[in-house]
Structure formats: C-alpha cells, structure tokens
Design a protein around this ligand. Structure first.
Ligand SMILES: NC(=O)C1=CN([C@@H]2O[C@H](COP(=O)(O)OP(=O)(O)OC[C@H]3O[C@@H](n4cnc5c(N)ncnc54)[C@H](O)[C@@H]3O)[C@@H](O)[C@H]2O)C=CC1
Ligand SMILES: O=C(O)C(=O)COP(=O)(O)O
Length: 634
C-alpha cells in the first residue's frame, strides 16, 4: 500500500524519454542486433514504431509486440542495456536526485517499458521498487525475449489509465511524461494535471494536450514550489550562441538545462536588437558588434562570452554600467595564430603563392630570385602580448632575430630586443607582424607614413584586427614594391556569413595571402574555446565568480554550501556596503561570508547568508540607491 503524504499528491512519472533520454527498446535493439546484417534498417523500423506508438497512431499493445519481434533480444543483453541506460538518465532527473529520494513515497514510475531494466535505473536515484509499475518480459527456455506478460494492464491499450484506476490513489495526481499514453491518464479524469516533458523529445500532439509544458524536471518543481537543484529553472534562461561556436559549448549549456538557440552566422545590429530582448547569456565571436544600442535592449542580459580573444567588438563600458559581465578566451587560440603567422612568413618570403598559382597554369618557373631564408632575418612585432611573445619564441627557434614594440613595458623573452618607438621597430625589421589588440585608438595605426618608414621589400602581416591598418595605404605600398609580400587575415569589413562575397581592394594583388579571419580557426582552438568560455559563464551564473572577466571586478568565490548567496552589483559610489550591511543588521541576518571588489565603474558585493530570511530583505537590497543588478543563488 502506498503511503499518503501531507501534500496528498502523487507524481506519476514516465520512464522512456522522460526519466531517461532514450527509448530503452531502441537501445536494446542496438545491442541485440549489433552483429545483424540489416541492423540499421531494423533499428529504423523500431524507431518509427516507437514514435507512432508514442504519438497515439498505433495501439500500445501493437507497438510493444511489433518491436519485441524485431528485437530478437536475449536475457544476456540486459546487463549491457542497464549499463547504457545508467549513463542516459535525463540531466534534470540526475540534478534533482534529492527531490526524488525525499519524495520516494509519492513518486510512481508508470511505464509500458519493462521492469527488468527500469527498476535498476530508477532505484539508483532513490525511487522505491514497489512504486515501479511496468511490464515484464517473457523468456523462452533458452533465455530469448519472446514477449511480455499479457496479464499486466500496462501491456494493453490505455494500460496506464487502467493501472492508475486500479491503484485507487487517494489524493491529487500529477503526470509527467512525453507520450500520448501519459496524457491519457489526464484525459480519463484520473489525474489533476499533465505536464508534457520536453527535455528529450517534443511531440506536438502531446504538447497541445498538456496542462503545462515542462522542459525539465526543474521546471516542474519550480511550478509546484518544490525543493529543487536550481533556484530558477535554467530552461527559462535563454542562451543565444552566434557565429558557429563549437558544439561542445552548446552541449555544456544544454546539459545544464538552459534554453539554447544557436545561429551559424553573425547578426547585424538591428537583427541582434530583435533577438537580444529575452536573452540572458550571449555567446559571440569576433564579428558580432555588441553596441550600446543593442545593450539598451538587453534588459535580461547577465553575461556575454566572447568565444575568441578580442573584445573590441563589445561596448564594454556600457556592459559594465548595466551590470553585464563579459568573459573571453584569452589563450585558447594563441598558438593557432602563431603557427599561421610562421607559415605565412616563410611562404611569403619564398614567393610560394605566385609560384604555386603559375604551376596550376602549367608554368615551371624555377628560380632563386627574391626567395630568402628566414634565418638571421629581423622580425618586428607590433604588440608583445600573448600572441606577440609566443611568436617571438617560435621565430627565435627558426633563427630569426626578434624585435618588438609595445605601449606597455614588457619583459623580453629569449633574445628579443625591445624598441623604444614604433618608428624604430618599423625601420629595422625585414618582417613586420601586427599583434596589438583592437582598441579604437589603434585605428589606422599603420598607414602611409608607417609604410614609408619600413624597409624596401618588407614582408607585412596583419592577423590582429582589420581597422588597425589603412588598407588603401597597404595596397599602394604593395603596388610600389615597398611591401614585397603581405599576409592579411582581418579586414575593416568582414562578411557576416560564408554566403556573403568578400569585397576588398587587396583582392588580386601579387604575393598577398588573403585568409578569411581564420587565425584562430583550428579544431583544437575552437574546442578549447568551446570548453573554456562556457566554463567561465557557468561559474558566473551558478556561483557568482567573475575570475577572468574583462570588465568586472574579479572575484573567485568558494562553492556555495548550505547557504544562500546574494549578489549585489552597484555603481561605485561611497557607502553602498554600509547600506547593504545595515539591512542585514536590521533583520538580524546571519552572514556566513562576504566578499567585495570594486573597479572604477562598479562594485560587486557577495554575501552568503543562512537560509532563513524574509522576502523584505531581498526587496530592500534591490532598492538601495545605485543598485544596478541584484540576484540570488542557492
Ligand atoms: N586573426 C585571428 O583569428 C585572431 C586575432 N586576434 C587578435 O590579436 C590580438 C592580440 O591578441 P593577444 O596577443 O592575445 O592580446 P594581448 O592583449 O595579450 O596583447 C596585445 C598587446 O598589444 C599591445 N598594444 C596595444 N596597442 C598597442 C599599440 N598601439 N602599439 C603597441 N602595442 C600595443 C598591448 O599592450 C598588449 O601587450 C587580439 O586582441 C585580437 O584582436 C586574436 C586571436 C585570433
Ligand atoms: O580571437 C580573436 O580575437 C579572433 O580574432 C578570432 O576570432 P573568431 O573567433 O575567428 O571570430
């Protein structure tokens, strides 16, 4: 007999594609048919039957019988199936294992799947075995699965309805599931609510019948004000990822339950303004311009991840004023840029591109004229940051003499020599390579005057930002022979997507390598960035940490344990901390930890408090003058 609880509510939960991400019989088929010649075709048939059953097109009994016949499965396949399913438990169920265990008396797993695999999976998260209602397999003497127990109502049409009716539960019944058979319990009048669970699959026919749509178990728990792992369901937090960021990043956000939208290209200002209104986390690369107009419309935006190094495309000042934390990937593609620069330096000084083009036209032009070694030549680096220094080290390994100029006093690595001025560097170098950041004041840093200072026949590289070079001046320097070869990866205007034509005056010039802003575009770099940036954004969202932020005061915070964390972002004016603490004192709040850091624009105060405090505390904190943003994590 099931125990009644205070709330007198039972949670009836489906198994396949709800408790787990997958349909167990599909997985069993992959195992049992592993060596079968027509494996793919049979698996496809099984999937189609599953879907037709779940959307109500086939009777359930038909669907089970048809699938079991196709499966040709054996008892010995079950351990492998269980092992696989353990890794396929839905993320939000895993996150909320405390809820499942604490409410074990109220939770019923009702499924037309089979106890042989359901019981080991659900009991591992604290569900009671006696609360699992499902079919059982019938085996022949040799252990083959030949059918299911026909006496069980769950093997028949409307089986879930019959079962719930027979259980005669006293109290409210909420059904959570992804299939039509789950909805049927509600349709029969036996259940009070049906939540269509869409974390793993979305079935329009089921969604349209639902009282509520639950993109995750957190959403269900939030809706019912029940204990949950996420203070605010992440399925309500929209993440917009632009410019084809690596799939690993998408996966990281999705597995935490966020509502993620991805777009391959960049968006222009007006398009982004439309999209940004309900976005909380924005991911971009170097192309998307996050202007003050965009930010004016970004009232839900909490943080931005630049999935690249440069952040000149983001109006950082306005972000800070609005309490939006910005993160980037300062080292993940450094090496990729360096390798491309080295490759181009050698290709350009040997005139490889024109020679290769001629070869393709059938011209054999074997000659040493104007081809040189890089050994012993002078490489001038403008900007000696992460890329500049790494290029310095690799170039020295090739025997180059390295000179650099940076506006900040930098430690020279190896034998590299510091130049006091840009002019001095330009005059001495056989190769000039730009590696400054793209701050606005660097616009046209290299123009006609600077090309005029360079040696006749210099090799010139720009893999930093397009606007740093006056392109027309570069064109003229190439045409006049001052620049003997150029490698250009970045341009003042770059196409938004691969479908747009590249229009630029540099097209068609000899010994000029043009690349479509791919300095950082290697598999390794993109995967590193795809892991790194979401890591930073998630630490900020989940924990409040701002370590590595490019515009926020940096705070690395301890993990939150058994307390609530109140995060207060305010304009950096005197007296705010005192006001915050006056509120805590007024309400006798037990402070467990407090952290403060400021920069020129803002202050960031984090206070960990014990869980029992009133709503007025939060309200008063939100209303302190000069508050920019306030949030609560637990
Ligand atoms: N082509 C591509 O795909 C990629 C391009 N980049 C670009 O490369 C830039 C540099 O990257 P990191 O070395 O990682 O940045 P970083 O911030 O470590 O180094 C930039 C250096 O430039 C110096 N600098 C700034 N303005 C200067 C000026 N006017 N004259 C001399 N030095 C100046 C800074 O003091 C700093 O030391 C990025 O900001 C980005 O714009 C970065 C990665 C990939
Ligand atoms: O890392 C940078 O700053 C870059 O320029 C690379 O940009 P991308 O990610 O290729 O748009």
């Amino acid at each position: 007999m099931l125990t009644k609880t205070l709330e007198q509510t039972y949670f009836v939960i489906d198994f396949d594609s709800t408790f787990t991400k997958v349909e167990a019989l599909d997985v069993l088929g992959e195992i049992s048919l592993a060596a079968h010649r027509d494996r793919e075709a049979i698996l496809e048939k099984i999937k189609i039957i599953t879907d037709r059953g779940m959307s109500g097109e086939l009777s359930l009994a038909q669907s089970i019988e048809m699938r079991l016949q196709l499966l040709t499965a054996h008892r010995d396949h079950l351990p492998a199936l269980i092992e696989t399913l353990k890794n396929e438990i839905s993320d939000s169920f895993q996150r909320n294992r405390h809820f499942l265990a604490e409410h074990a008396d109220q939770i019923l797993i009702v499924s037309s799947g089979f106890k042989e695999f359901i019981v080991p999976i659900v009991t591992s998260l604290g569900i009671k075995e006696e609360n699992v209602f499902a079919n059982t397999f019938v085996f022949d003497e040799a252990g083959n699965i030949v059918g299911c127990d026909c006496e069980n109502p769950l093997a028949t049409d409307k089986g879930k309805v019959k079962l719930i009716r027979d259980l005669n539960l006293e109290g409210d019944i909420y059904v959570i599931g992804d299939g039509y058979t789950d909805y049927e319990i509600r349709e029969s009048g036996l259940a009070n609510r049906f939540y269509a669970f869409t974390e793993n699959v979305m079935r329009p026919k089921v969604i349209e019948k639902a009282d509520y749509v639950a993109p995750s178990l957190d959403e269900f728990l939030y809706h019912n004000k029940l204990n949950r792992s996420q203070s605010y369901p992440k399925s309500r937090i929209k993440v917009l990822l632009l410019e084809n960021v690596h799939p690993v990043a998408v996966h990281l956000f999705e597995s935490e339950g966020f509502n993620v939208e991805i777009l391959k290209g960049a968006l222009d200002e007006d398009e982004l303004i439309e999209k940004i209104r309900d976005v909380s986390i924005l991911g971009i690369r170097s192309k998307t311009q996050v202007t003050s107009r965009v930010l004016e419309n970004a009232n839900k935006l909490m943080c931005i991840g630049a999935f690249c190094i440069g952040t000149n495309q983001i109006d950082l000042k306005t972000c800070t004023e609005k309490g939006i934390a910005v993160f980037n990937a300062p080292y993940s593609n450094t090496r990729s840029v360096v390798e491309l620069a080295i490759g181009e330096i050698i290709m350009l000084v040997r005139n490889i591109v024109p020679k290769s083009n001629k070869m393709h036209e059938g011209v054999w032009d074997k000659s040493a004229n104007n081809s040189f070694e890089v050994r012993g030549k002078k490489l001038g680096l403008v900007g000696y940051g992460n890329i500049g220094t790494q290029l310095s080290v690799v170039a020295e390994a090739l025997g180059m003499e390295v000179y650099f100029y940076d506006i900040v006093d930098k430690l020279a690595l190896g034998n590299a020599k510091k130049c006091k001025t840009l002019d001095e560097l330009l005059a001495i170098s056989d190769f000039v390579s730009l590696h400054t950041d793209g701050r606005a004041s660097n616009k046209n840093l290299i123009g006609a005057r600077e090309f005029g200072l360079m040696k006749e026949g210099v090799i010139f590289l720009n893999l930093s930002r397009g606007h740093i070079v006056d392109v027309q001046a570069l064109v003229e320097a190439i045409k006049s022979g001052r620049v003997a070869g150029a490698g250009v990866d970045v341009f003042p205007y770059e196409p938004k997507t691969n479908n747009e034509e590249f229009i630029n005056e540099l097209r068609g010039l000899p010994n000029v390598i043009l690349t479509p802003h791919i300095g950082g575009s290697t598999e390794e770099a993109q995967e590193n960035i795809g892991n790194f940036v979401p890591g930073k954004l998630l630490e900020y969202i989940n924990n409040g940490s701002t370590y590595g932020s490019v515009n926020f005061p940096e705070l690395q915070l301890p993990l939150l344990k058994e307390s609530h964390r109140l995060l207060h972002i305010h304009a950096n004016v005197p007296g705010i901390l005192a006001k915050i603490n006056a509120i805590f004192a007024k309400y006798h709040i037990n402070i467990q930890g407090q952290y403060l850091k400021t920069n020129e624009q803002i202050g960031y105060v984090i206070t960990d408090v014990s869980k029992d405090y009133s709503d007025e505390v939060v309200s008063e904190l939100r209303h302190i003058d000069n508050t920019i943003k306030f949030r609560l994590i637990y």
